[in-house]
Design a protein around this ligand. Structure first.
Ligand SMILES: Nc1ncnc2c1ncn2[C@@H]1O[C@H](COP(=O)(O)OP(=O)(O)O)[C@@H](O)[C@H]1O
Ligand SMILES: [Mg+2]
Length: 315
């Protein structure tokens, strides 16, 4: 449904988007996950046709964003980081106005406005001025305008940003329910959000696509790189040095226990290796006492930190 090829965007000397390629299938919810300034908003603006790229191509439903921008805009509902709300307008008038701009047939405008208002539960504020709405309602009105004319593709930029916890849960439920009949890209810098709402996650950092996979696969792929915790009885310096010398070990942190000669070693191993057996053998062969060995499963949060802070070790 969405095909992005080798997308690049420069702002002067800043490379905000650096050669991003990805595809989103129909009905999928893809999460852009990355820290601030990663390039998420810029990528979304280009996909929606609101900004030209420096290089690369984007197709939505088979239409080229740069050559057939109108066809693309018709098919995309866009919720920008700061929704374009007119504070002096009443919610109903704003939605009707937006529906007209989006080309909803005049005869069906009222029904369409009612439909999106019901979906986003904003019916009770339809006659209020937008300036008087709470942040949560403003966000829902912004969301409602994105759904007008029922576009098959939704691009949602930080849709839960600034909402309170209850509103966040509501918005996530709305997004999940939309996924059944829309193709969605949403951005967030909040990890739990992607595992809760998305089928796939694109991790973006410094303009680059670091990884793209399902939340489960991201966790699985890196399970070979989990930290291994060993409790060993024996000479601390020798043990630390022996562990460090293993080919796949990238770091060893020692935490001495209160009892003499026993210490806890946290071993970080290279991506893709599972060296638990080898470490156990190493310890036993040297005649040290292996009291405990366990692996620490990475949460998506750990993975994200690794991907964005130690990118070169991943690739
Ligand atoms: N209009 C702009 N002019 C100049 N630089 C920009 C502009 N918009 C974004 N940038 C820069 O591009 C980079 C990516 O920004 P952005 O796409 O907003 O990231 P994100 O949405 O992931 O926080 C940042 O370094 C940001 O400062
Ligand atoms: Mg942004």
């Amino acid at each position: 449904m969405i095909e992005v090829h080798n997308l690049v965007k420069h702002y002067g000397s800043v490379k905000a988007v650096d050669d991003i390629s990805l595809t989103v299938d129909k009905g999928e919810i893809l999460g852009f996950l990355g820290p601030n300034a990663a390039g998420k908003t810029t990528t979304m603006r280009i996909i929606t046709g609101y900004m030209p790229a420096s290089a690369g191509t984007v197709k939505v439903a088979g239409f080229d964003v740069f050559e057939q921008g109108l066809e693309v805009k018709k098919r995309i509902g866009y919720l920008p980081e700061n929704p374009p709300l007119y504070p002096d307008m009443r919610v109903r008038d704003y939605l009707k106005f937006t529906a007209r701009i989006k080309g909803v047939h005049p005869k069906t405008i009222n029904a369409e406005v009612d439909r999106v208002a019901a979906r986003l539960s904003v019916i009770e504020v339809m006659d209020n001025h937008i300036s008087k709405l709470s942040k949560g309602y403003k966000q829902r009105v912004g969301f409602a305008q994105a759904l007008l004319n029922n576009p098959p593709v939704l691009i949602l930029d930080e849709p839960t940003n600034g909402l309170d916890p209850r509103q966040i849960i509501e918005v996530r439920e709305i997004i999940k329910s939309l996924g059944s009949d829309h193709t969605v890209i949403l951005s967030t810098h909040i990890l739990p959000e992607v595992s809760m709402t998305c089928n796939r996650v694109a991790i973006i950092n410094e303009g680059k696509l670091v990884k793209i996979d399902t939340p489960d696969n991201l966790t699985m792929q890196l399970q070979g790189s989990e930290s291994i915790i060993l409790q060993i009885e024996g000479p601390v310096t020798e043990i630390e040095s022996a562990l460090s010398q293993h080919n796949s070990v990238t770091a060893v942190a020692v935490q001495p226990n209160s009892k003499d000669n026993i210490a806890t070693y946290k071993v970080e191993a290279a991506i893709g290796s599972d060296i638990r057996k080898e470490l156990a053998a190493l310890v036993v062969n040297r005649g040290w006492g292996l009291l405990e060995l366990k692996s620490e499963t990475l949460s998506l949060e750990d993975i994200f930190l690794r991907l964005t802070t130690k990118e070169e070790e991943v690739n």
